[in-house]
Design a protein around this ligand. Structure first.
Ligand code: IMP
Length: 448
């Protein structure tokens, strides 16, 4: 079998800046596929100088020769999808109708999933801090075999109603029991509304398997644009503080309907410092002035985490929440290497880390942990939220650096930045091939 699939995955908790390297890889691709998650993810792409915030359609859509696929592993909020398609058309991106394909097997997020997302979070003693987009409840219905698929939108209105009726039974009872009468779903009106969505989206809904097999047979490049990240993976992440899909490479292959034998390259993406949005363990987290609801406390002396957040503009693309920030964590990278088979690392925000170093007077890198009385170089599997979190062991570099826009090669980087990269490579065991040195798409150094 030809091996021409490149997968791009996040190595920490998302928001590593996967969009930039995904865009570079998509340039010469035939197929660009989104495989997991839904509009809990988001990245901004630039077309003719116009910024386009995308949550569902793969960023590769800006290249006229790519076909973009939303794979069977994705869950879709149809209002968000339709408004993205509208935006792309208004911006003048060509041939959307022929270049966008949506797997009929992808599942639909219905309004009751969003209500359930909020309700389930309220039930929990330790809420996950979900994006409240209905992602988890939609996957839960999929697992319960009561999910509504894109194919179902093409049925008659009556057939769709029957499926919705079955799906909403337990949910409606739960809404009634919790005095949420306004959330009780009505199968008639939902069937009417979603049947209309089906008519609007029919031209995109398809069986994607012939597209994929033809591309593999013709040895055309296929790129999987990963969403979320390793530590948010349902099976391999910080359960239960995770998302409801499998963003590690094996999960993305499944969600994209790709055979593992076609895999060529895996690029893991990270930031030179780390961030997390939502709850859950974060060993290298820095103290920050954020209250228990996740809001920034204003007018207090900024702590280290506030300085990193402000210099990195770390506020969620999807929810605008301030992100928790911390130092680079290499044991997680090392575990990501083996869980996802990462060949190369793309390290973004190398410029921002330099600025953080200049402001604080130092930069730290976590190279191993102290955990249960031992020094370990991987992320332990048995962390319980109420017990011991691994304690980072740091290497510290004095000062910081500035990377000016003329710097285009690894050799031109400041010595301290190169030292930082060497430490990351040694501790993670992954060669750093790509370095993000600024916000623009071409602020990217490629090490040959
Ligand atoms: P959910 O995916 O909305 O259920 O949220 C579960 C957890 O994953 C929460 O902590 C979210 O903040 C986090 N999460 C989900 N998608 C992303 C993403 O694309 N970037 C960063 N965090 C995410």
């Amino acid at each position: 079998m030809n091996k021409n699939v490149t997968v791009i995955v996040g190595t920490k908790w998302g928001d590593e800046g996967k969009g930039k390297i995904a865009s570079r890889e998509a340039k010469d691709a035939k197929l660009v596929i989104r495989a997991t998650g839904g509009n809990n993810a988001g990245h901004t792409i630039v077309f003719n100088g116009i910024k386009l915030p995308l949550h569902l359609v793969p960023g590769g859509i800006v290249y006229p020769n790519t076909t973009c696929i939303i794979g069977p592993g994705v869950v879709l909020d149809l209002e968000v999808l339709l408004s993205e398609i509208e935006l792309l058309k208004e911006t003048g991106i060509s041939d959307i109708d022929s270049r966008l394909k949506i797997s009929g097997r992808a599942h639909v997020i219905l309004p009751y999933h969003k209500e359930l997302d909020v309700l389930y979070e309220n039930f929990k003693k330790h809420p996950v801090g979900t994006t409240k987009r209905g992602i988890g409840p939609s996957y839960a219905d999929k697992n319960n075999r009561t999910g509504i698929r894109m194919y179902d939108l093409l049925l008659t209105e009556d057939e769709l109603k029957e499926k919705i009726e079955e799906a909403i039974k337990p949910h409606n009872q739960l809404f009634i029991d919790n005095n949420m009468k306004e959330a009780v779903a009505d199968a008639n009106s939902l069937a009417k509304q979603y049947h209309i969505y089906g008519e609007k989206l029919a031209k995109y809904i398809t069986d994607i398997s012939p597209l994929i097999s033809d591309s593999i047979d013709n040895n055309e490049k296929i790129v999987v644009e990963g969403a979320q990240a390793f530590r948010l993976d349902l099976d391999h992440g910080d359960y239960p503080m995770v998302t409801s899909s499998n963003p590690v490479v094996s999960g993305t292959l499944c969600g994209a309907a790709l055979p593992p034998q076609a895999l060529n390259t895996v690029i893991g993406v990270d930031k030179a410092y780390n961030s997390r949005v939502g709850n859950g363990p974060f060993p290298t987290e820095l103290p920050a002035s954020i209250d228990e609801n996740g809001n920034v406390i204003e007018n207090v002396t900024p702590l280290e985490g506030d300085i990193v957040r402000d210099l990195g503009h770390e506020y969620g693309t999807t929810t605008k929440r301030p992100r928790r920030c911390g130092w680079m964590d290499c044991p997680i990278l090392r575990s990501a290497k083996y869980t996802s088979g990462i060949d190369y690392l793309c390290l973004n925000h190398l410029d921002t880390l330099g600025q953080i170093g200049l402001k604080l007077g130092y930069v730290k890198v976590c190279t191993s942990y102290k955990y249960k009385g031992q020094v370990i170089n991987y992320y332990p599997d048995d962390i319980n939220l109420s017990h011991e979190i691994p304690e980072p062991i740091y290497e510290t570099l004095d000062g910081g650096w500035t990377i000016d826009s003329s710097c285009k090669t690894y050799d031109e980087l400041p010595e301290l930045a190169k030292r930082f990269i060497e430490i990351v490579e040694k501790a993670s065991g992954i060669p750093v091939k790509y370095l993000g040195t600024g916000p623009a798409n071409d602020d990217l150094i490629v090490r040959e």
